[in-house]
Design a protein. Structure first.
Length: 463
């Protein structure tokens, strides 16, 4: 499998090059040259596999340069850190199924991809005797998961930008209590979109990127998308096995379009089985407006109780746009260049119809989110974090005769103040999170300025 850019001006590259490249040199996002279509034989063979066995089977469709046994070892090592033997168990709760993605070391779905990516980096760097500097932006959970994926690893320094005081206290502690010298937390005086813009600008400075071997760990890195495809298949097979149904829907709380894009690839690979994906947003509803009205236009970011979704510019949207445009790289490039200037894209009625064959969407406000946490707990005894609650509310909106699988993207303990407010009482936190409160912290507060961040990297990057 080779990899290409959504903007068409990058020669095909290998998977290993894709892992280190992050953003394509032409400004596009890297995608596989083709989406594998599963055969009936593969589906039959995969349906009873364990999570680790299934991950290996999915990965080997996209990764040709890593020897079989090494790839199996990477999978085993990556998921040995999870607290549940199934890695991502799926439970029937009330009227929906909950796909629990929070059993990794930072209690968030990002661990599924970033534990794998951290080990993959270490493996490849050792093989190639090279060093990298990882640069990323986070709206909350990505930063902690990325840091836990690479902390203490040799030949790697990591620089994570997060919006100062705009992530939950637990999310901040997960990042800032990691004191390993290869970890740098940069608290930016701005929004997540400001952080993300700085990261993208630095990656577009090709001499700077090359000099410091900058590598992306955000969801623009395709290896992360690849790892997330697995749990869609895993959940489908578990539900199909227990119910006998052949079609399901997934409800996905999303801000950056990465998690749901992995679902889109799973849907395309399956050919059938995933009827549609429910795209759930909070008041920052640019993606919902896109699905429902063909309006992809930037507005001011609204701070909410589901902060990981407080995003207006979805960094993975370009990948879906490429497929919506019939894999027309030139048109995709033109559209994204136009969007960079106008902050707006408009779609035709026919294009909206095509989008709605893949997605249904709903925006869930903060009052509805709190009410959903309260009602779901009262009805089932199950606690939802505010992001998962957005997905559950949207999922219930579009619930039909098909099983509705809602992605639980974070443990409720990541947002104890919000969850306690919703249910009217406190609840116990995992011991691992309680211990963080007494730990020392390490971070730098910086202005939302590209040159300031560049200067920091120049001082502390490894070469």
């Amino acid at each position: 499998m080779k990899y290409i850019s959504t903007r068409g001006e990058m020669p095909p590259i290998s998977f290993i090059e894709t892992v280190f490249e992050g953003l394509a040199p032409d400004g596009g996002l890297i995608i596989p040259e083709r989406i594998p279509l599963l055969s009936k034989e593969e589906k039959e063979r995969w349906k009873n596999l364990s999570y680790l066995e299934l991950a290996y089977e999915v990965f080997r469709l996209f990764v040709s340069e890593i020897p079989e046994e090494d790839l199996k070892d990477l999978v085993k090592k990556s998921y040995s850190t999870f607290h549940h033997p199934e890695v991502t168990p799926v439970l029937k709760v009330g009227k929906v199924y909950i796909l629990e993605l929070f059993h990794g070391p930072t209690f968030a779905f990002k661990d599924v991809a970033l534990q794998f990516l951290g080990n993959l980096f270490e493996y490849l760097l050792k093989k190639e005797d090279r060093k990298i500097n990882i640069l990323g932006a986070t709206s909350g959970d990505t930063g902690a998961a990325a840091i836990y994926g690479v902390k203490g690893k040799s030949n790697i320094a990591i620089f994570i930008l997060h919006p100062h005081k705009r992530v939950s206290p637990v999310q901040a502690l997960m990042m800032t209590t990691v004191l390993d010298p290869n970890v740098h937390n940069l608290a930016i005086l701005g929004s997540f979109d400001d952080c993300q813009a700085i990261v993208k600008e630095l990656f577009m400075d090709l001499p700077f990127k090359k000099k410091y071997n900058l590598t992306a760990i955000n969801s623009i890195n395709f290896a992360r998308i690849l790892a997330q495809i697995v749990y869609y298949f895993y959940a489908y097979f578990r539900i199909s096995e227990s119910t006998g149904v052949e079609e399901v829907r997934f409800s996905v709380p999303t801000g950056n379009f990465g998690d749901i894009f992995a679902g889109f690839l799973a849907k395309r690979m399956f050919g059938e089985g995933i009827e549609r994906l429910i795209l759930a947003t909070n008041e920052n509803d640019i993606l919902s407006r896109f699905v429902n009205y063909g309006d992809y236009s930037v507005r001011e970011v609204i701070p909410t109780i589901s902060p990981a979704m407080d995003i207006q510019i979805a960094s993975n949207f370009e990948r879906y746009l490429y497929y919506l445009y019939g894999e027309d790289a030139q048109r995709t490039s033109f559209a994204m260049q136009k969007f960079a200037h106008t902050k707006k894209l408009i779609f035709s009625e026919e294009e909206i119809k095509r989008v709605q064959r893949d997605f249904l969407s709903r925006s869930v406000n903060q009052e509805e989110t709190l009410q959903t946490i309260k009602d779901f707990y009262a009805e089932t005894g199950y606690l939802l974090d505010p992001h998962t609650a957005v997905g559950v509310k949207a999922g219930l909106t579009f619930k039909d005769e098909r099983p509705m699988i809602c992605l639980a993207t974070a443990h409720p303990a990541k947002f104890p103040e919000v969850v306690s407010k919703a249910i009217g009482k406190g609840f116990s936190l995992p011991e691992e999170i309680e211990r963080l409160k007494a730990q020392p912290q390490k971070f730098e507060v910086l202005e939302k300025d590209r040159e300031t961040v560049r200067g920091y990297l120049e001082r502390f990057a490894i070469t």
